[in-house]
Write a protein that binds this ligand. Structure first.
Ligand code: SF4
Ligand code: SF4
Length: 300
């Protein structure tokens, strides 16, 4: 059951992280307008099962008045509201409180802030720390997100005399992360990748929507366009098995995706998402409505 709508308020970000699976950067385009937010909130009400809205990007605080007004409307309509940010705006606790005060008054339910080496290098004095302290002082439920560059660790020998390599860091190999991180990581035969390990493609709990109208089940996989078909209709009509990308993924994971679409790809990949992303990149022009937006594939 779909319970969450995540607004990709913009692909613009003050940062350009190596691990960004949306390929965000200061020059990325695609920012939502209030008119678009109002339409999506109205449609979300029609769906009948939505409880939560999230405001993320890119960096949503770059569009502070629009984010604030979107949250105000969402709260007025009875939805919870959360935010995901890199915390760049937090220069000290006193000033961070000025940014957060209006959000505290709107009783947001979650503020998640990136606080790791991927965003801030040596992050002992990261802006995120001030933001988290300010949120705590204001009674806003706040959490830090911590990821790290993928590193190979050898898991203990399980009887095969070798041990199994394991990749730490929590990074998903999609988008820019594929370009920046896969080199040097251990690979496996793609025949092993027989399921999607992270997303419930049949019965998604949340979707991400951007200013182009793409309704994404996983980054870069769209149900359809909500500016062409109203969001509530898209959700009602979604059937993973009939979707040209989700169908094969549900039937047999990324390996099935390349088999059903006759892709000739080399046989070694790091994990399911790596193979899935490379396969989707190869299918972009064949399924422009379902593999969108191009921004997420580094093409805008
Ligand atoms: S990972 Fe987050 S902070 Fe980094 S570029 Fe992407 S949206 Fe911006
Ligand atoms: S396998 Fe594909 S659909 Fe599943 S989580 Fe990974 S990238 Fe997303």
């Amino acid at each position: 059951m779909l319970t969450g709508i995540h607004f990709l308020l913009s692909y613009t970000c003050n940062m350009k992280c190596d691990h960004c699976f949306l390929f965000c950067s200061p020059t990325s385009k695609g920012t939502m307008t209030m008119k678009q937010i109002r339409i999506i909130l109205k449609e979300s009400k029609k769906i009948g099962t939505i409880q939560e809205t999230y405001y993320e990007g890119g960096e949503p605080f770059l569009f502070y008045p629009v984010m604030l007004e979107g949250i105000r409307l969402a709260r007025e309509m009875g939805f919870n509201a959360g935010i995901v940010s890199n915390g760049y705006w937090s220069t000290c606790v006193e000033d961070a409180k000025l940014w957060l005060n209006p959000l505290s008054e709107l009783d947001i339910s979650n503020l998640s802030i990136s606080d790791d080496e991927l965003h801030y290098g040596n992050f002992q004095d990261s802006p995120a720390k001030c933001a988290l302290a300010a949120a705590k002082a204001l009674g806003i439920p706040a959490y830090s997100i911590n990821k790290a560059e993928p590193k190979v660790q050898q898991k203990p020998d399980i009887g095969d005399g070798k041990g199994t390599p394991e990749i730490s860091g929590g990074i998903k190999l999609r988008g820019r992360a594929v370009e920046k991180f896969v080199e040097g990581l251990p690979t496996r035969n793609c025949k092993e990748f027989r399921e999607c390990p992270y997303e419930d493609l049949v019965d998604p709990k949340r979707v991400h929507i951007d200013s182009y109208g793409t309704v994404q089940i996983c980054q870069g996989i769209s149900m359809g366009n909500c500016w062409k078909t109203p969001l509530s209709e898209l959700i009602r009509g979604y059937d993973a098995r009939k979707h040209p990308i989700c169908g094969p993924l549900v039937r047999g994971g990324p390996i099935r995706l390349i088999e059903e679409h006759g892709l000739d790809l080399k046989d070694k990949y790091v994990d399911e998402c790596h193979l899935c992303y490379v396969a989707r990149r190869a299918l972009l022009d064949k399924f422009p409505e379902y593999l969108a937006p191009r921004q997420v594939y580094g093409l805008e």
